[in-house]
Write a protein that binds this ligand. Structure first.
Ligand code: NDP
Length: 326
């Protein structure tokens, strides 16, 4: 019999890749959408357009525990992937009540409903490197102390402790994957790497003259989202649940991405890059680096994409979109 999985955040970058992975593995895939105009909107479904006939979507009111519980009980999933979040760390204190509603209270409702519906289900929660302080000099592993500095990070830490308590006190198979930055052709264009890949493609095709950026020295631990959804699935296959750091373990700068992206289309980045002081952040955050050893050694996680292949995938994808091939 096919396994049944539910994904929240299925319209997002990770949710869409995860849905494709689970379909390939012959799961019956359900996705939760938020209620409201945006949810039914075709534009909002662009990442899952090609698999709409292979998944079952449900619009839900994220504040309505009763309905959420009833629906989860009816579907009775074997695996649950809770990825939905107000995912913009930077804005989270401008929007603190909303951030806690989605990133903490909604998590609580989902977790409790899944536990009640199927005590043998496996539950994955998407944590974040924002659960740690920005001043850590060594690589972050599963024993590093949390010290969040945003409403987003605080809500992720609180959700993580909820999940840990269901695991420790109720023996529920629930895990947090603590995700470091990951990108892909499906990343929102508000984020810098996608802005760059799109601009490089546009410049190559003569549609744009310059690429305007702020601090190109800024560094991050970046990976490819496809590898990170593989990790989520691996985590939900374990008999004993635990928490895992999911990251590349390597730092790369925006500047390196720019150089390599232009080099890929045989252009010299110096001719096109313009540093724009208006785009410099008042306080750019320091880089945190993951130590994904537990994920690699215990679960055998291997990344298929390095930084170079991430760049090629993103630029090639934007070229295809602009040429109308995709
Ligand atoms: P996206 O921003 O691409 O997707 C977020 C998803 O959450 C979308 O499906 C979105 O739905 C949904 N969502 C947002 N607000 C609400 C809401 N109010 N009610 C219900 N659903 C909502 O994020 P990613 O796919 O990149 O990230 C997946 C998870 O991983 C998130 O939990 C994020 O915090 C975490 N993470 C991601 C990192 C990254 O680099 N990508 C790094 C660390 C953690 P809609 O389409 O309707 O907006």
């Amino acid at each position: 019999m096919s396994k049944i999985a539910i994904i929240t955040g299925i319209t997002g970058q990770d949710g869409s890749y995860l849905a494709e992975l689970l379909i390939k593995k012959k799961y019956v895939v359900h996705g939760f959408l938020r209620k409201g105009k945006k949810a039914g909107n075709k534009k909002n479904l662009w990442r899952i357009n090609k698999i709409l006939n292979k998944i079952k979507l449900h619009k839900i009111d994220t504040s309505d525990l009763k309905t959420i519980s009833r629906l989860i009980k009816k579907i009775r999933p074997n695996e649950f992937y809770h990825l939905a979040a107000q995912a913009y760390d930077g804005y989270s204190f401008d929007n603190e009540f909303y951030t806690f509603d989605i990133n903490l209270n909604y998590t609580h409702k989902i977790l409790s409903s899944v536990y009640k519906a199927n005590k043998k289900a496996k539950f994955f929660f998407a944590g974040s490197s924002e659960m740690y302080s920005k001043d850590i000099k060594r690589k972050i592993d599963e024993n590093t102390n949390f010290n969040p500095k945003s409403a987003y990070g605080i809500a992720k830490v609180a959700s993580h402790y909820l999940i840990k308590n269901y695991r420790d006190n109720l023996n529920f198979n629930a895990s947090t994957g603590i995700l470091f930055n990951h990108e892909s052709p499906r990343k929102d264009e508000k984020f810098v790497l996608r802005k760059i890949s799109k601009s490089v493609a546009r410049i190559k095709l003569g549609l744009q003259k310059k690429l305007h950026l702020g601090n190109i020295k800024s560094k991050r631990d970046w990976g490819h989202a496809k590898d990170y959804v593989d990790a989520m699935w691996l985590i939900n296959q374990q008999k004993v649940s635990s928490d895992y750091i999911i990251g590349s373990g390597q730092l790369n700068s925006v500047e390196t991405f720019v150089k390599k992206a232009f080099a890929h289309v045989k252009l010299d980045y110096k001719k096109y890059l313009k540093i724009d002081k208006k785009l410099l952040r008042k306080k750019d955050s320091k880089a945190r680096i993951a130590n994904p050893t537990k994920m690699q050694k215990k679960l055998g996680w291997k990344r298929k994409f390095d930084f170079n292949s991430l760049i090629v995938d993103m630029v090639e994808n934007d070229l295809k979109i602009l040429k109308g091939i995709k």
